[in-house]
Design a protein around this ligand. Structure first.
Ligand code: XCC
Ligand code: SF4
Length: 627
C-alpha cells in the first residue's frame, strides 16, 4: 500500500502527519484516510439527510431531484426526515457529554462517601460555589458531606421535574426570556434526550419546526447541563486549570522512556494513571528496564484534560491517533470513550503496543478490557503503569521510527478563572480592550478533525486569519491541538496577531489563541460570554462573538453547535451537516433563527471565506453596540 506524495500532502498540513502516514503505509496499515477513500462515493441521500430507517416499514429515501418518491412509507416528507435525523444527532451528542458528566458525579459522590481511594476534592472553592448555586446548605457540613450533597443535587439535574436546569441561572436574563417564549428552556438533562428519541419515533412529532425547536432544547440541556456538570465536577475533583507550559506533536513520544498514551475524554482514569506514573517504585522499575522515565502523553480530549491541569504533553488530535501507534514507541495506550476509532486495536497489533479499554460502557476489538471504578482505580492504575513499564523491553526495533526534530512549545490552562486572573482580577480589561477596538471580538474555534477536510487546514487557516484581524481566539478539543501544533499557542505568536491584539497579548504575556480545554469545556467559553454580557447589561447575542467548527465530525459537535446558536452565538460549520435535503430547514437554520434567537448557522467549507463571514459579523455587532 504505497502512498503517492501528492496524496500525503493533500491529506494533512502537519509534518509529523506526513512522516507517519508514509510510515504507516510502509508498515501495511490501513488508516482513516484509506477507509474514507474506500467508501467513495458516499451515499448522496444520507449526505442530504434524506434517508430514514427509524422503522421497519422502511428504510426510505426521498428523491432530491423531485422525480422519485417524495414521501417515506409512513408519509414523512423531506422536511420531517431531515429534522428527525438532525434531532437524533443532537440527542446522541447531548447524551455523550451528559453521560460523561454523570460518571464524574458518581466519583464526586464516592469521594464524599470515602469510597474512592486516590481521588479527592482539589477545589473546595468550586465545590462551595456549586453548592450555593444549587441551593445546597453548607451549614456545618464537612467537605465530604458537602460533596455528597452536591453530587445528589447534580444527580437531580439529570432527571429533574423542575421547570429549568439550575445552571440556567447563569444565563443573561434577556436570553432566558427568549428561551421561555420559544419553550426551549432546558429541563432534566435525560428528559430532553429521551423526549427527542420519542418525538422522532414514527408517528409522533411531524412538524419539522417543533422538532428542531426541541433539538435546541435538547442541545441546551447539554450546554447548560451535562457538559457544564462534566467541566465543573472535573474542576472540583482535579483542580481548576491554571496557565501551564507544555509541548505538542508526535515528538513528545520519547524513544528512551516508557510511553503511556491516554486517549478518550474522561479524566477519571487518566488522572489516576498520572498519579501512578509519579510513583517512585514504578519509576525505579522503569530504570531497571533501561528506560529513562515514564512519559505520559495525551490524544484527543482526555489528553486536553491532563494538559490543562498537569501540563502533560499532547501527541496529537483525532486524525493522529492511528499514526501515533505507527511510531512503534507506545508501550501502552489507555482509552476510555468517545472518538476512539474501533480500528485502533487492530492497528496496534502491528506493534508491541498494549491497548487497554477502561470503561464499562466502551469495549473495542483487539483491546484488553480492564474496568475502572472509583473503588479500584488507584490500584488498577498502578498495575497498568507497571505493565506498561514491563512492556518497554518488548519494542520491535525494526518497527520503531522516532519522530525527528523537537516538539512544538505551547501554553494551555486558560480556564475562565485563569483568564480573569491574567487580566488582573476582573473581566474589565477585556471589556475595555473590546470597547477600544484593540480586540475586535472573540471567537471560539472548536471541534474535531474529519478526513473530508485536509487535516488541521481548516482550523489553522481560519484562526490565523482571525488573529491577524485582531480577533481573540479561544479554543478547545482537537482544534486546540491543531493550533498548538501550528505554533499559535505561545506568547511569541502575538507576532502573528494584528497590532491591537498583539499589544494586549504582549502586555499580559499570553498567546493570541487561548486553550480553554476539552470539548465539554466549551461551556467555559459560554460562561465567559455570559459574564461579559452581564457586565455590559446585554444579551450574549449582542456581543461581537462567534463560533466555528471547521473540521467537525462528531454528533457531539452538532449538539455543541446547536447550544451555541441557541445561546446567541453565530456559528460557522466547515463540514456540511446532513440538512441540505430540506430547503425549509436550511432557511430556518441559516436565516430565520436570527430573528428568533439573534444568532444562526452558516456552512462554509472554505476556512478563508469562513473568516470573512465571521469578521463581517463582528463588525456588524460592534456597530450595533456603537463601537
Ligand atoms: Fe472527538 Fe473531543 Fe471531536 Fe476531537 S474534538 S474528535 S469530539 S476528541 Ni471534541
Ligand atoms: Fe420510512 Fe417513515 Fe419508517 Fe422512516 S419512519 S423508515 S420514513 S416509514
Amino acid at each position: 500500500m504505497l502512498l503517492k506524495r501528492e496524496d500525503v500532502q493533500a491529506r494533512t498540513i502537519t509534518e509529523d502527519g506526513r512522516i507517519f502516514m508514509e510510515k504507516a503505509a510502509r508498515d501495511g496499515l490501513e488508516t482513516v484516510w484509506d477507509r474514507y477513500r474506500a467508501q467513495q462515493p458516499q451515499c448522496g441521500f444520507c449526505e442530504l439527510g434524506l434517508s430514514c430507517r427509524n422503522c421497519s416499514m422502511g428504510p426510505c429515501r426521498i428523491d432530491p431531484f423531485g422525480e422519485g418518491p417524495q414521501r417515506g412509507v409512513c408519509g414523512a416528507d423531506a422536511d420531517i426526515i431531515v429534522a428527525r435525523n438532525l434531532g437524533r444527532m443532537i440527542a446522541a451528542g447531548s447524551a455523550s457529554h451528559s453521560d460523561h458528566g454523570r460518571d464524574l458525579v458518581e466519583v464526586l459522590r464516592k469521594v464524599g462517601e470515602g469510597k474512592a481511594p486516590g481521588y479527592g476534592i482539589r477545589s473546595e472553592e468550586k465545590l462551595r460555589k456549586l453548592a450555593s448555586e444549587l441551593g445546597v446548605s453548607e451549614d456545618g457540613q464537612s467537605v465530604e458531606a458537602l460533596a455528597v450533597a452536591v453530587a445528589e443535587a447534580l444527580e437531580e439535574e439529570f432527571g429533574t421535574r423542575k421547570k429549568a436546569l439550575a445552571f440556567v441561572g447563569r444565563v443573561p436574563e434577556k436570553r432566558r426570556r427568549i428561551w421561555e417564549k420559544l419553550g426551549i428552556t432546558p429541563r432534566g438533562i435525560d428528559r430532553e434526550t429521551s423526549e427527542m428519541m420519542h418525538r422522532t419515533h414514527m408517528g409522533v412529532d411531524n412538524d419539522w419546526k417543533s422538532l428542531l425547536l426541541h433539538g435546541l432544547r435538547n442541545a441546551l440541556s447539554d450546554g447548560w447541563g451535562g457538559s457544564l456538570i462534566a467541566t465543573e465536577v472535573s474542576d472540583i475533583l482535579f483542580g481548576i486549570p491554571q496557565p501551564v507550559a507544555s509541548e505538542v506533536n508526535l515528538r513528545v513520544l520519547k524513544e528512551d522512556q516508557v510511553n503511556i498514551v491516554l486517549h478518550g475524554h474522561n479524566p477519571i482514569v487518566s488522572e489516576m494513571i498520572f498519579q501512578a506514573a509519579q510513583d517512585p517504585e514504578l519509576m525505579g522499575l522503569a530504570e531497571e528496564k533501561g528506560a529513562r522515565g515514564i512519559n505520559l502523553a495525551g490524544l484527543c480530549c482526555t489528553g486536553n484534560e491532563l494538559l490543562m491541569r498537569r501540563g502533560i504533553p499532547m501527541a496529537g488530535n483525532h486524525l493522529m491517533t492511528e499514526l501515533a501507534l505507527s511510531t512503534g514507541l507506545i508501550d501502552m495506550m489507555l482509552v476510555d470513550y468517545q472518538c476512539i476509532m474501533p480500528a485502533l486495536g487492530e492497528t496496534a497489533r502491528c506493534y508491541h503496543t498494549r491497548m487497554v479499554s477502561t470503561s464499562d460502557k466502551a469495549k473495542y476489538p483487539f483491546m484488553e478490557h480492564r474496568e475502572f471504578h472509583p473503588e479500584n482505580a488507584r490500584d488498577l492504575a498502578r498495575d497498568l503503569v507497571r505493565e506498561a513499564v514491563e512492556n518497554f523491553v518488548r519494542r520491535i526495533p525494526a518497527k520503531v521510527l522516532s519522530p525527528p526534530g523537537a516538539p512544538v512549545k505551547m501554553m494551555a490552562g486558560f480556564s475562565v478563572e485563569a483568564i480573569v486572573s491574567a487580566l488582573g482580577g476582573s473581566a474589565g480589561p477585556l471589556i475595555d480592550a473590546i470597547k477600544s477596538g484593540a480586540i475586535q471580538g472573540a471567537v471560539g474555534v472548536v471541534g474535531c478533525n474529519n478526513p473530508k477536510i485536509r487535516h488541521d487546514y481548516g482550523h489553522v487557516t481560519l484562526t490565523t486569519r482571525l488573529i491577524e484581524n485582531d480577533v481573540l481566539v479561544v479554543d478547545t478539543g482537537c482544534a486546540a491541538v491543531a493550533h498548538a501544533k501550528a505554533g499559535l499557542k505561545v506568547p511569541e505568536a502575538a507576532e502573528k496577531a494584528g497590532p491591537g491584539l498583539r499589544q494586549v497579548c504582549r502586555a499580559l504575556g499570553i498567546p493570541p489563541v487561548l486553550h480553554m480545554g476539552s470539548c465539554v469545556d466549551n461551556v467555559r467559553i459560554f460562561d465567559l460570554a455570559a459574564a461579559l454580557a452581564h457586565a455590559l447589561g446585554t444579551d450574549i447575542s449582542d456581543l461581537p462573538l462567534a463560533a466555528a467548527a471547521p473540521e467537525w465530525y462528531s454528533e457531539k459537535a452538532v449538539s455543541i453547535a446547536c447550544y451555541a446558536v441557541a445561546s446567541g452565538v453565530y456559528t460557522v460549520l466547515g463540514t456540511p451537516p446532513p440538512i441540505f435535503g430540506s430547503q425549509n430547514i436550511v432557511k430556518l437554520l441559516t436565516e430565520d433563527l436570527e430573528g428568533l434567537l439573534g444568532a444562526s448557522f452558516a456552512v462554509e467549507p472554505d476556512p478563508a471565506r469562513a473568516a470573512d463571514l465571521i469578521l463581517e459579523r463582528i463588525r456588524a455587532k460592534r456597530a450595533a453596540l456603537g463601537l
